[in-house]
Design a protein around this ligand. Structure first.
Ligand SMILES: [Zn+2]
Length: 279
């Protein structure tokens, strides 16, 4: 766990550090329009910095206590247009990490109950921007253990930059905490206080230390059992959008932050499953 991200109040009406954001944008703009070699802006064609900083209007929406935002490199083609209207900035990665608020706790009545191995205070609500299967940039949410929240944000930052499409990133509570229903919806999710698939004892998901990624494209396979059933089309691991392959950017991104892949297991093969414990 890093920093104090999980302990602040959400402050729904507060705009987090708009000034810092503006300064960062100005800095980026200055760098983009500066005299540095390789800059794509022709001399004399540089627009004043004011109109090019329209991006803050898109910032801050739904921001949690520790929203992070990175700016992509300046878009070279933007400089070729003398139009005074600012070019739309490509969506940047955004994420937040926050505590389980009373409202969220009420929403989690299906996935958490007294007797679960991790108290709500040790869980975090994480929002992340991601690409969906249609190529749109949308915001998803997960619940994970506080110890792994910041690292998971970095994993999702890498997945965003790699443009990995994720069909859906929603809490299992949106599916009644029914793992079969969540998987059938191809939903990427993390925390769920449930038993391990095909056995007794807590799943790593019950500790918030496991994430299932695109379950349809990356099914759980044990003998003739394929979960979800629609994942049967992906048992042969085709090179298709959202499919995770050994050594690819997804596996590497998770591994970099200590998450092991269930695709490395001999049996079952759990292609959707990443955990920090290797279980
Ligand atoms: Zn899993």
């Amino acid at each position: 766990m890093g920093g104090d991200g999980g302990t602040h109040g959400v402050g729904a009406t507060a705009r987090p550090v708009p000034r810092a954001r503006v300064w960062r944008l100005l800095l980026v703009t200055t760098l983009a329009l500066g005299p540095a070699a390789g800059c794509a802006v022709p001399p004399g064609d540089a627009a004043p910095p004011g109109p090019t900083t329209g991006a803050p209007a898109t910032a801050g929406r739904g921001a949690g206590p520790t929203t992070t935002r990175t700016h992509p490199p300046p878009v070279p083609t933007a400089a070729s247009s003398p139009s005074p209207s600012p070019s739309p900035e490509p969506p940047a990665f955004e994420a937040s990490v926050g505590p389980i608020t009373p409202e969220l706790a009420a929403r989690m009545h299906a996935s958490w109950r007294p007797g679960c191995p991790v108290p709500l205070e040790d869980l975090r609500h994480v929002t992340v921007r991601h690409h969906d299967m249609a190529g749109a940039v949308v915001t998803g949410e997960l619940v994970v253990h506080a110890d792994v929240a910041d690292g998971l944000v970095e994993v999702f930052r890498t997945l965003f930059d790699a443009r990995l499409p994720l069909t859906s990133v929603r809490l299992v509570d949106d599916f009644g905490a029914d793992d079969d229903a969540s998987m059938a919806a191809d939903n990427t999710s993390a925390f769920n206080c449930r038993a391990v698939t095909g056995g007794s004892g807590w799943s790593e998901h019950a500790y918030g230390r496991a994430v299932d990624v695109n379950p349809v494209e990356n099914p759980y396979v044990r003998g003739g059992t394929v979960l979800p059933p629609a994942g049967a089309a992906f048992v042969d691991r085709p090179d298709a959008p959202g499919v995770v392959h050994d050594g690819d950017a997804v596996v590497r991104a998770f591994a970099e932050h200590g998450w092991a892949w269930g695709g490395h297991w001999s049996s079952p093969k759990d292609y959707q499953h990443f955990s920090t414990t290797g279980r």
